[in-house]
Write a protein that binds this ligand. Structure first.
Ligand code: NAG
Ligand code: NAG
Ligand code: NAG
Ligand code: NAG
Ligand code: NAG
Ligand code: NAG
Ligand code: NAG
Ligand code: NAG
Ligand code: CU
Length: 588
């Protein structure tokens, strides 16, 4: 079905009220309903020095990377991870849920709090390991809690629990997701919001707007296709969701799977004349999203965890993992209702268009909006120009880095017809039983028999530049853990040495690299650990488009890694001594 037929189908539908209950579509989650709580400016359950949990620190008087506050408060969460069956878009599907919710619970904390999440792996029938990545807090002094199996920890075995404790050291909009194989495409993900200094005035925090491409097939089945040599390795998404909801045309289902038309769209309220903060998050597996609101203009105020000088736009582009905070003034009247849209672009999909409804106070919330979309002026699917995105807190990166590391991204088909994604000719494959950070802690920083671990030990070099050359005809959202990268340049072809905004370049933790293009980024070496640097497209990551950046191993040796890590590795070894883990992909 074409996008425009789908739109007509939805608008002309007689079934104005969602055909399925919230429980049937999203389990115990309230996201996407008018009952979803609006977010507070900050959590008030702790002392408020100078009126704020973070005292007198502001976005402009404190370096976000070195001067985060310590509130002395810990926010506790308990995650029970289990298989379940839901129908987010009407198509009934086996998924993995956190506390019965899809999307998973929203984690909230104040800047400077500690967050402690106990993850209980109750995945059974069949059993699977898991681990969760907290996207992307710096994990300074706690690099082991970054959550990547075979790098930071052994997977949490079925039937076991593991507690992550880390600092909310940056503030803004983010998410968390399973980092075990492509498990997050099976449902293991949720929003994470860190409240911090308010930089721009707004009246209502609408909360997370979670955008995700969606697959009806089981995630492991998709990984098998991607990693196999039997058919094309390209998988197509079936739908596109906003806060876990969208409709689907069930006539296209031919295999007898239960499916209901008009499952229901996500709904939001706008207050006439007020300014609303929307926290856009691309939490998909593959697709770049172009987000817009009919008849409304948006003001971008942050990209990833980095507040930026505001600029207005009608369309925001987000690669996988990217977040953008936008302010939207409700310029309609009391009865206005409009569509929020997110379109998959430059991405293999059978249904690219996600819709949600925004209702003003006196609009009938049981009818669909009738508004029409902004027409895009260009088909470009990269991020906004670097010249346009200027951080509020300026930092000038060192002009002459101590070391420049070149990465060539490649795609090759080996002699048995398997497609492999590579960073400098190496297709990453981790070993669940032997995490690299734990080896580094014991003083072992070289892995001559394991070149596929793709470790770059950059020692104590103060500043490190990466020149990334994309030798493939595909878009890739490149992501680093433990850092915000200075994005010095990006473009087509090869880098000519020019740096955009050299005194205060854009910083973020994901940047889209163009097909056959380049990206030049830089990091400061102030966070000892082993940090994944990878494409965030789940299918490319599965195929090995990944490198490990090892920083300051002599400092790693001095750190005290909690004993729960060796216990989890012993438990994982026990589990794998009786169960063969079918690791067909990179593993992370
Ligand atoms: C739904 O899909 C069927 C099968 O592809 C198609 O014939 C039909 O036109 C679609 N319905 C609408 C309203 O687009
Ligand atoms: C309110 O705005 C809608 C468009 O959103 C318009 O169709 C309608 O006529 C307006 N109503 C009034 C009373 O101005
Ligand atoms: C999104 O898709 C709709 C329906 O196909 C289209 O009208 C709209 O222009 C698209 N918006 C963007 C930003 O691409
Ligand atoms: C397209 O360009 C025109 C002219 O510059 C501008 O007014 C309009 O807002 C643009 N549309 C979008 C969707 O950005
Ligand atoms: C697929 O790979 C297997 C080995 O993994 C090989 O035996 C088989 O011949 C390959 N099939 C094709 C069509 O290349
Ligand atoms: C090709 O890659 C696949 C997936 O990594 C691997 O299983 C297979 O053994 C490789 N084939 C050869 C000939 O090395
Ligand atoms: C370091 O660890 C790797 C991977 O386990 C192993 O192959 C290598 O022998 C170890 N080196 C030393 C010196 O122990
Ligand atoms: C800097 O990095 C290079 C690898 O690019 C490494 O060989 C060298 O030892 C590092 N220097 C220091 C001082 O750690
Ligand atoms: Cu990629």
């Amino acid at each position: 079905m074409s996008a425009s037929t789908l739109a007509k189908f939805i608008v002309s539908s007689l079934n104005l009220i969602a055909a399925l209950s919230q429980t049937a579509t999203n389990g115990a989650s309230l996201l996407g309903t008018l009952q979803a709580p609006k977010l507070p400016e900050f959590l008030t359950s702790n002392p408020l020095p100078a009126g704020f949990p973070w005292g007198t620190k502001t976005a402009t008087n404190s370096n976000p990377y070195t001067q985060s506050p310590n509130t002395g408060v810990t926010r506790y969460y308990n995650f029970n991870i289990q298989r379940g069956q839901i129908a987010p878009d009407g198509y009934q599907k086996n998924v993995i849920l956190i506390n019965g919710q899809f999307p998973g619970p929203t984690i909230e904390a104040n800047w400077g709090d500690m967050i402690s999440v106990t993850v209980n792996n109750n995945i059974a029938g069949p059993e699977e390991g898991t681990s969760i990545h907290w996207y992307v807090l710096l994990q300074t002094q706690t690099p082991w809690y970054d959550g990547v199996p075979s790098v930071h920890q052994c997977p949490i075995p079925p039937g076991k629990s593991f507690t992550y404790t880390f600092k909310a050291d940056l503030y803004g909009t983010s998410w968390y997701h399973a980092h075990y194989s492509a498990q997050y495409a099976g449902g293991l993900l949720g929003p994470m919001i860190i409240h911090g200094p308010k930089i721009f005035k707004y009246d209502v925090d609408v909360g997370p707007v979670f955008l995700s491409d969606y697959y009806h097939r089981d995630y492991f089945d998709l990984v098998k296709q991607v990693m196999g040599n039997e058919s094309s390795p390209v998988v197509f998404s079936d739908n596109n969701l906003i806060n876990g909801k969208m409709d689907f045309n069930c006539s296209t289902v031919t295999d007898g799977t239960p499916c209901t038309n008009n499952a229901g769209l996500s709904k939001f309220n706008f207050q006439t004349g007020k300014t609303h903060l929307l926290r856009l998050i691309n939490a998909g597996a593959d697709g770049t999203q172009q987000f817009s609101i009919d008849n409304h203009v948006m003001t971008v105020v942050a990209n990833d965890f980095v507040p930026v000088q505001p600029y207005t736009t009608k369309i925001v582009t987000l690669g996988i993992g990217q977040r953008t905070d936008v302010l939207v003034t409700a310029t309609g009247n009391d009865t206005t209702s409009v569509f929020m849209r997110s379109n998959l672009t430059c991405t293999p999909t059978n249904q690219p268009d996600a819709l949600a409804a925004i209702y003003y106070p006196k609009a009938n919330t049981n009818t669909r909006p009738q508004s029409t979309a902004w027409q895009p002026n260009s088909t470009y699917c990269g991020n906004d120009p670097l010249a346009q995105t200027v951080p509020i807190f300026p930092i000038t990166p060192a002009p002459n880095p101590a070391v420049t590391q070149v990465f060539d991204m490649g795609l090759e088909v080996n002699s048995t017809g398997h497609s492999l994604w590579t960073m400098n000719q190496v297709s990453f494959r981790g070993n669940f039983n032997d995490p690299i950070l734990l080896l580094a802690k014991s003083g072992n920083t070289s892995y001559p028999y394991d070149p596929e671990w793709n470790v770059y030990n950059l020692g104590t070099n103060q500043t490190i530049r990466f020149v990334v050359n994309n030798k493939t005809p595909f878009w890739h959202p490149m992501h680093i853990h433990g850092h915000n990268m200075y994005i010095l340049a990006e473009g087509d072809g090869a880098w000519d040495g020019t740096i955009v905004n050299p005194n205060n370049p854009q910083r973020r933790d994901v940047q889209i690299v163009r097909p056959n293009g380049y990206m030049v980024v830089q990091i400061d070496n102030n966070n000892p650990g082993v940090w994944p640097f990878h494409c965030h497209i789940a299918w490319h990551l599965a195929g090995g488009l990944y490198a490990n950046i090892m920083l300051r191993p002599s400092d790693i040796r001095k750190m005290n890694i909690p004993s729960t890590f060796s216990q989890t590795c012993r438990d994982w070894a026990d589990f794998t001594s009786t169960t063969v883990v079918d690791q067909i992909d990179a593993g992370t």
